[in-house]
Every structure is written in C-alpha cells, then in structure tokens.
Ligand binder design. Structure first.
Ligand code: CXF
Ligand code: ZN
Length: 378
C-alpha cells in the first residue's frame, strides 16, 4: 500500500498523439476530499481511448494517462468519503453520479447536474491533476478515470461498487462500452419482445446493443457494417441478418432495410458516430412508433439535419443515449445481477488479454478491428 502519501507507480503515458504509450514511473498524489485512490487489477481498452489518443489538439492533450474501463480495489480514501472503504471492489465510470442533484435523484435522467459531464483533462472537483512525472511535469487525466496506471485517483462520483464475485476481467467491462450498448437497448429504447432491431456498426458497442436486444427478446436483429467478418461474430451476439452497406451501390441502406422489414424497423441504433448514418437510421425506423437511438460519438460540433415535415407527421422518436441511459450507481448493480444470473453474457466480448507491458498491442488490435475487448492485466 502507498498509504496516504505521494507514491511512485507505473503508468502507461500517452506522450504524443498516435504514438505508442510509454510505461514509466510516475508520482501519484493521495486522494483529496471526496476522492479515493485505487489499485488497478485490470483495465480494458475502449474505442474512446483510441479516438482521444489520436487527437493532436484539444480535447486531445498530452502527456496524458488514458484508460477508463477498469476493475480495482480501494487503496485509501480521502476526507468526506463515507460510501467507500479500503479494500472495496469498485469500477470507475466516466459519467458522474453525485446521487444528490435533481437529475441523479430522478429515475428519468443520468445526466448529473452537479458535475456536468464534460471532456476534461482534470479531476472533477478542483480541476487539477493527481499525476506528475518524476521530473515534476504535470500529467493529464482522461475521462476522470486514467486507468492505465497501477494506482490512480478517482472522485467518488465516478466510482461504483461492484459485487466481488464478478471476476476482474469481466467486471471491467461494466465501466463503459458493454454497459453503454446493453443499456441503450434495455434502458434507453426498452426494446420489446418480438421486435425488429437494426444496428449500424458492429464494433464492441453495436454488439453490446445486440446482446441487450437479445436479452429483451427481439426476434430480428439486423447488423449493418462494411466488414463482412462481423456477420460471423455477430451471430454469437444474436444478430440474425447482415447487411453489407458497401454492396448496394447508390441505393440508400435505409431503403434496403425498409424493404427487408416491410416499412421499417421498430428500433434503429447508430453505433458508429456519423451524422449521415443517424439520418439513414431515422429513415428506416417505422413510422408511428419507430425509435432511432444515437449511441455513436461524432465530432463535438457535428450537426444533424432532418426534414421538419418528417418529424411532424411520421411520429418517430430520436433519442440520445450516453452510457446507455444508465445511472452509474443504481443501474450497474442491476446489470451485474443479470450477469451473475447468466442472463447477460460477457465472455464473448473478451477476445484478447495482454499484460500491462504489452498495452500497445491492445491498441494495435482495436485499431485494426481485430478485437472487441482486450483486457490488460496489471
Ligand atoms: C465517451 C462518451 C462520449 C464522449 C466521449 C467519451 N465515453 C466513453 O467511451
Ligand atoms: Zn468508453
């Protein structure tokens, strides 16, 4: 244990955009008020780590400790921490949950208004860093988590306790991507039994939506992707039909889907982060009750365009789903229960496992589209 003092810890530092992470000794400060310091057991790589690692300018910033999916043990607690104690099993979650504000106390929202989610390189409350290099250079945080280190400091609003019966290399999946996709189907959309679902993009998030839709009893799950390998993989996640969006020339994919579904799907999930695909998704969800759910992350300033008359008379719904609409502290235990009850299947998401020393391999695998989730053991 580092005890309540600055300590030296190993971290994988992103020094420059797109360049391999460098494992080095860094100094981690003790937790301040409402913070905990945690020892990471394992972490996994989410596509947002790759997106921000590639970004030269803000919100990319360097040198930085990336990583935000992890499983850990509380090592020490700062002042004013009641809900956690040394030795607790926890997962960090990038989305704050203060449990007190109007949004956190409402069942209808997961958008904390005390700590509004923003992409910041600092700790949540005081806007400073807990990491420095041995030479005293400040290291930036990532998504309030920075899990590519043996020890890290996280605000209690960004921590959820997790049942220690969940193995570490499954627990870390609840931190971001899998929860996001499963939550989008279960919570944001509330997919109904027997319905038809279309998923644009069969990466980790899209396949997690498929898993959620499968749990909800969807009878048809149509996956859209440009990579044909994704169909075989998708079958394990309940995908029943595959549409290769490169195979139809100039014909819009929405038209292909409308023909396949006799007028549109009940639910369309956009899991790529492209405005044009959101429009395609909207165009092939059924009039009257179809829902289009935006899960993919586009560039911050990107705009969406819809015909006003379509919105007016088609009766379709467009919804956004950040972290699957889940409330980090109260909904994650419900997903964990579904996993322990063997309803939610997680094994199939973990395609690779590497040691911390090989963290750059995990980046390579995800960049090349070869992995869904690669678990990195500390
Ligand atoms: C994302 C969610 C949207 C903004 C960037 C980060 N979260 C996790 O991967
Ligand atoms: Zn993520």
């Amino acid at each position: 244990s580092l005890e309540l003092a600055c300590g030296v810890t190993l971290a994988a530092v992103a020094r420059k955009a797109g360049e391999p992470l460098v494992i080095e000794e860094v100094i981690v400060a003790p937790p301040k008020s409402c913070e905990v310091r945690i020892k990471i057991i394992c972490t996994s790589l989410c596509h947002s780590d790759v997106t921000f690692w590639k970004l030269k300018d803000f919100p990319g910033c360097f040198p930085r400790i990336m990583g935000h999916e992890a499983f850990r043990i509380v090592e020490s607690v700062g002042e004013n921490v009641q809900e956690l104690k040394e030795g607790d099993s926890v997962i960090p979650i990038f989305l704050p949950d203060c449990t007190e504000c109007i949004d956190c106390t409402s069942k209808k929202s997961n958008s904390c208004s005390q700590f509004q989610f923003k992409i910041s390189p600092w700790m949540l409350r005081d806007g400073t860093s807990r990491f420095t290099t041995i030479d005293g250079e400040t290291l930036y945080h990532f998504l309030s988590v920075s899990s590519f280190a043996e020890y890290t400091v996280v605000d209690i609003a960004n921590v959820t306790k997790i049942d220690p019966r969940v193995p570490p290399n499954r627990a870390c999946l609840f931190s971001c991507g899998v929860s996001t996709g499963v939550g989008a189907a279960l919570k944001t959309a509330s997919v109904e039994q027997g319905s038809t679902v279309v998923i644009f993009g069969l990466g980790g998030i899209g396949l997690a939506v498929a898993e959620g839709a499968r749990i909800c009893g969807a009878s048809r799950i149509i996956g859209v992707d440009i990579n044909t390998d994704k169909f075989e993989i998708g079958k394990q996640f309940g995908v029943t039909d595959f549409v290769n969006s490169n195979s139809y020339g100039d014909k819009p994919i929405s038209q292909v889907i409308n023909e396949m579904t006799n007028g549109g799907a009940d639910y369309c999930f956009e899991c790529v982060g492209m405005g044009t695909l959101v429009q395609e998704a909207y165009a092939c969800c059924r009039k009257g009750w179809g829902k289009t759910i935006v899960v993919g992350v586009d560039k911050p300033g990107a705009m969406l365009t819809f015909k006003s008359f379509d919105i007016l008379h088609l009766g379709k719904t467009i919804m956004g789903s950040l972290f699957g609409g889940l409330k980090p502290k109260s909904d994650i235990p419900l997903l964990v229960k579904r996993y322990l009850d063997k309803e939610l299947e997680l094994d199939k998401f973990v395609t690779h496992e590497v040691s911390f020393q090989d963290i750059n391999k995990a980046f390579g695998l995800l960049v090349e589209g070869k992995s869904l989730r690669c678990v990195i053991w500390m």
